[in-house]
Write a protein that binds this ligand. Structure first.
Ligand code: RIB
Length: 325
């Protein structure tokens, strides 16, 4: 690997001049700058990022904490983050926390050791370490004291309950997402408001996690507990797809016997047959706009809007019955 000394020797300038040119710090004449660029090109030299970041006291890396990358919702958030930070000359370090506190602590330490320029997190982290660096919360926003981007969970809960209420609801079961995650409770509040306004009785079915490994068991338990369910408001698309599979396994027809509405609109929901109706979250935009705020904070620019809440939409597909006339 070529070194900064090789570049200086070929360019006929001092190592200090090459260093100033690389770090854009201090004066370098046009002539010397051109010689350094030519030498870098000829030697195919690239600076040691760790050395550069120590010099500049910040790296060109940005950390992203996600709860569970096996859930198709989160890679969409990561894509939005990556596209924006790449535009701004940064690269991503991803921390897949798998909803595990000790992994979260390890990743936060790794971010600090890599001298990241800032962090975005969709994990409801309580770690004080994150407060010591430019930080933006994504999706699971627990406080408006931090910069944040998420979508309107209350609107989403209302849209899901309205969709079901307008389509011969029968016995309604609302799957409650993990109560430890603030989004779950806000969505539930939106759904309950609409169901009660429509004088509809409903049952709550608690779920411990949003992850795949518990969804199938939850689906089985739901039908065991509520065998006559006719409408299911699921806590996310993974649970929605699992209850659809369980309904079909039990010989039920969707949506005639049981209609289902999910939450997220992950890429698999439209591929299911029948296709899943769901609440579409702007996952990519949550990531992209969060990264935009973070890059502006790192650059010391004024942030117009500290807490951004994006709208959600109802995606009507085959898992809902036809609207009553
Ligand atoms: O499916 C995962 C859920 O957790 C989504 O609804 C998303 O909002 C995240 O918080």
């Amino acid at each position: 690997m070529k070194t900064i000394k090789d570049v200086a020797h070929l360019a006929g300038v001092s190592v200090a001049t090459v260093s100033r040119a690389l770090n854009k710090s201090g004066y370098v004449s046009e002539k010397s700058s051109q010689k350094v660029e030519a030498a870098i090109k000829e030697l195919d030299f690239y600076p040691n990022e760790v050395a550069r970041s120590l010099f500049q006291k910040k790296s060109k890396l940005i950390g992203l904490l996600l709860p569970d990358i096996s859930n198709p919702f989160f890679p969409l958030v990561a894509k939005g983050v990556e596209d924006k930070i790449n535009e701004m000359g940064y690269n991503l370090i991803l921390g897949n926390v798998q909803e595990n506190r000790s992994k979260e602590t390890e990743y936060i330490r790794a971010f600090a050791q890599n001298n990241v320029a800032g962090v975005l997190s969709a994990v409801e982290s309580s770690s004080n370490d994150l407060k010591n660096m430019p930080f933006v919360m994504l999706d699971r926003v627990t406080s408006d004291k931090e910069y944040s981007v998420h979508s309107d969970d209350y609107q989403g809960g209302m849209l899901a309950a309205t969709a079901v209420s307008e389509r011969s609801p029968g016995q309604v079961v609302v799957m409650v997402g993990p109560r430890s995650i603030s989004n779950s409770l806000v969505r539930l509040a939106g759904s309950v408001k609409v169901l009660e306004e429509n004088q509809l009785s409903y049952q709550l079915f608690e779920t411990e996690s949003f992850q795949f490994d518990s969804a199938q068991k939850a689906a089985y338990q739901l039908f065991e507990t509520f065998p006559d369910v006719a409408s299911i408001i699921a806590s996310n698309d993974i649970h929605a797809l699992s209850v659809m599979r369980e309904a079909i396994r039990r010989g039920l027809t969707i949506p005639t016997d049981v209609q289902v509405v999910g939450y997220d609109d992950n890429p698999y929901s439209k591929l299911m047959y029948p296709s899943l109706s769901t609440i579409a979250q702007p996952a990519y935009q949550i990531g992209y706009k969060g990264a935009e705020i973070l890059c502006n904070r790192i650059a010391g620019l004024k942030i117009k809007e500290k807490n951004i809440q994006l709208p959600v939409e109802l995606a009507i597909r085959e898992s809902l019955r036809k609207k009553e006339k």
